[in-house]
Design a protein around this ligand. Structure first.
Ligand code: A2P
Length: 334
């Protein structure tokens, strides 16, 4: 039987389960599938192509005979097990932030820098979810008119913070509707009926007042686009949305792009769908993007305060293009 032996580390998580679905949807040639998770998942089974597959506990011996390992089990797990997996001869596609800025590790969005994947030494990093959808739109604009500066504010879904965060959103929403005080275990403040300008929820801020998510967006955009000269600033905000990150983006270019020209360029960009018809109140929405692999862009307009800048609204499924789908696309490149 031809195909690859594929392992999914973190198979029981929100992204891991999307990885399994994406492998099926994209008809990835899986000869054998290994599901890996923590001790907590011992004895569990997950369905794949109609078959019940046991979840194994991830350890040093998990990667013998594995061709491709998709990792989404947290940074600590990736840091420890990715080199072990690479030494066992498999190629790791890692969804955590552990390896993204390592100069020896390609950081890949197939629509933007597929070539970079060729130069891997056993580990390829999947970028941050907010960055992936951003660069899918920025790259074709950069190629056409040279981007000088980007100002982005994100509206990030709770599913980006994992299963427990989603449970917290649901529990807090019920509590507020029933007149009880919402309990905060994951987020530092109530997320139900609120916006929190801090991602991640833990130790987030540096000496300049930026969060690690904001710094990831700045550094990863430059690395993926292969251009250190692009200036970018970000404010990342958690909003009480289940799935689908939205971004308000201002892009300043060297050569002026009209809104019509930008729409034309983006309508030909791989993985990008223009949804932009204000007369019909058509623009990207998180609820519509959830469950889809593409990145949606709309509200494209010329910035009235600047001679050569555009405003736009970019939305994508943070668990799919922002994680699982992009990882499987990288596996397809291999
Ligand atoms: P488990 O379900 O056994 O805890 P999410 O981000 O949705 O919370 O999912 C995290 C994923 O990472 C889960 O599949 C989880 O497995 C897995 N995971 C977390 N810590 C470890 C670990 N130390 N070893 C292996 N898998 C882990």
């Amino acid at each position: 039987m031809s195909g690859k032996v594929v392992a999914v580390a973190g198979a029981t998580g929100l992204v891991g389960t999307r990885m399994l679905e994406t492998l099926v949807e994209r008809n990835f040639p899986v000869k054998q599938l290994k599901l890996l998770a923590s001790e907590r998942s011992r004895g569990k089974f997950l369905a794949f192509r109609g078959e019940q597959i046991p979840v194994e506990v991830l350890d040093e011996n998990s990667f013998k005979g594995v061709d491709i390992a998709l990792f989404s089990a947290g940074g600590g797990t990736s840091k420890k097990f990715s080199p072990i997996a690479a030494r066992a001869g498999c190629v790791v596609i890692d969804n955590s932030s552990a390896w993204r800025m390592d100069p020896k590790v390609p950081l890949v969005v197939p629509e933007v820098n597929a070539e970079a994947a060729k130069h891997h030494e056993g580990i390829i990093a999947n970028p941050n979810c907010s960055t992936i959808q951003l660069v899918c739109v920025l790259k074709p604009l950069h190629d056409a008119a040279t981007i000088l500066r980007v100002v982005v504010s994100t509206y990030q879904a709770v599913s980006g913070a994992g299963v427990n965060a989603l449970e917290e959103l649901m529990a807090q929403t019920r509590a507020v509707l029933e007149g009880r005080t919402p309990e905060c275990k994951i987020f530092p403040h109530p997320i139900a009926f609120n916006c929190i300008p801090q991602i991640p929820q833990g130790d987030a801020f540096d000496k300049n007042g930026y969060t690690t998510e904001e710094i990831k967006m700045i550094n990863e955009t430059k690395k993926i686009m292969g251009d250190d000269s692009i200036r970018l600033t970000a404010t990342t905000v958690r909003v009480p949305v289940h799935t689908g990150h939205s971004e308000s983006v201002n892009v300043e270019t060297k050569e002026k792009l009209t809104a019509d020209r930008a729409r034309e360029i983006l309508s030909r960009a791989p993985g990008v769908v223009v949804q932009d018809d204000p007369a019909r109140q058509l623009y990207p929405l998180a609820v519509n993007a959830a469950g889809k692999g593409d990145t949606y862009v709309g509200r494209i307009r010329e910035d009235l305060s600047h001679p050569s800048a555009l405003d736009m609204w970019i939305v994508s499924d943070n668990l799919l293009k922002g994680a699982a789908y992009n990882a499987v696309q990288i596996a397809e490149l291999l």
